[in-house]
Design a protein around this ligand. Structure first.
Ligand SMILES: [Zn+2]
Length: 285
């Protein structure tokens, strides 16, 4: 089956999940190359086979090169222990899973690889067209789309789990689309995250060489007072030849005061620390 046909069939089979970004009415059907809402608004599948739910252009600096660099590191396993930790917190049953800020899609693919015993329905979205275009090419049995996390194109109470790795959040929207009892898992960097890279780029500048997640964690706890926080920390051996990709996969090297790294600098990046927290909460009512 052609990729675009598979995507259309996915949306037709899960049409109850989707709502119109223009009028918020539920989507009604896939007709030809379009999905149509109950009020007749229409969004076409583009030539990559995905739906673009944004009104206007995406506002993101995350381009194709960055996502390709990211894919190299993620395929090599940079985030695999994080994905495994996320998988451990998902219920052992078939789920409808929404991946927020899915990027080029590799973490969702790795999650799917850990959940082959279940018949999950997986949707990943990102504000970046470059990311979603690459994700659609993964051949994963999931649906990817371009959307804004502050205006999710999904109906109320439809997802059993909302997962997000290193993405901004809109808790009101997440609560809206989660089922009661649904699981929210947010992954945030801790102070030591990619510390070796930060050290090379920013040297002794403490404000830049450490990540401070206090505000993000505090906001999460304000929304979900009963949440759990689970640290995940490990060393990742950077495969030979991927040092430059490691630099390019994050926005760190654009930062003000970042040094231009030399080949000698890069050769020092043999291992990096991955230091994150899983923030875990359930939608209670
Ligand atoms: Zn509409």
């Amino acid at each position: 089956m052609k990729k675009s046909e598979r995507q259309r069939q996915f949306v037709q089979a899960t049409i109850d999940l989707f709502r119109c970004p223009t009028c918020q009415a539920p989507m009604k059907a896939v007709v030809g190359n379009s999905v149509i809402c109950q009020n007749g608004h229409q969004i076409d599948f583009n030539r990559h086979g995905y739906l673009h739910f944004l009104n206007g252009a995406a506002d993101t600096e995350y381009g194709r090169e960055m996502f390709l660099a990211r894919r190299q590191l993620l395929t090599a396993g940079l985030f695999k222990p994080i994905v495994a930790a996320v998988a451990r917190h998902l219920p052992a049953q078939s789920l409808r899973i929404l991946d927020v800020g899915t990027g080029e899609g590799t973490p969702l693919k790795q999650l799917a690889d850990l959940r082959t015993s279940y018949q999950d329905t997986m949707i990943g979205f990102d504000i970046s067209k470059s990311g979603v275009t690459l994700a659609t090419q993964l051949g994963l049995d999931a649906f990817f789309c371009v959307a804004d996390l502050r205006q999710l194109p999904f109906n109320n109470g439809k997802f059993d789990a909302v997962v997000e790795l290193f993405s901004p959040s809109d808790y009101r929207e997440f609560n809206r689309v989660l089922t009661v009892g649904g699981q929210l898992i947010k992954v945030v960097p801790n102070a030591g995250y990619l510390g070796e890279l930060r050290q090379l780029l920013y040297g002794g500048n403490q404000a830049k060489s450490h990540y401070d997640n206090q505000r993000v964690v505090a906001l999460f706890k304000k929304h979900y007072p009963d949440c759990q926080v689970e640290p995940v920390k490990y060393q990742f051996s950077v495969p030979a030849g991927l040092q430059q990709a490691l630099v390019e996969m994050t926005p760190l090297h654009w930062g003000k005061g970042a040094r231009q790294l030399t080949a000698a600098d890069l050769s020092q990046l043999t291992t990096v620390t991955v230091d994150v927290s899983l923030l875990l909460a359930k939608k209670m009512k």
